[in-house]
Design a protein around this ligand. Structure first.
Ligand code: FES
Length: 104
């Protein structure tokens, strides 16, 4: 695993998902209260892109069948067994050029 640059912080919009790809990893990024969360983009239910889902109560909700996953640890809000891969993130630099990195 290594810290890998994904995009600029200024590419993200508060509360909205953004899809990024790095090598074999397809990742959904979310900016919530100034913190960047990164989870696998592919919904484990039937493969929807979670970056096109919506955020509610700290969860990403899949736009296809509304399964909700906690952005903090990838577990299902309902207590179901499916789980997302969660990537650690950090912001490097400051201002408009600050970069989002994930441990991939
Ligand atoms: S594909 Fe995501 S809930 Fe069904």
């Amino acid at each position: 695993m290594a810290w890998t640059a994904l995009c600029k912080v200024s590419d993200l919009s508060e509360g909205e998902g953004r899809f990024v790809e790095s090598g074999d990893h397809q990742i959904a990024l979310f900016l919530i209260d100034g913190q960047v969360h990164a989870v696998q983009d592919t919904c484990p239910h039937a493969g929807a892109s979670l970056s096109s889902g919506f955020v509610e109560d700290g969860c990403v909700v899949c736009s296809w069948h509304y399964w909700a996953f906690k952005l903090s640890d990838g577990t299902m809000a309902s207590g179901g067994r499916a789980k997302l891969r969660v990537y650690s993130t950090r912001i490097v630099g400051e201002g408009p050029d600050a970069v989002v990195e994930a441990d991939i």
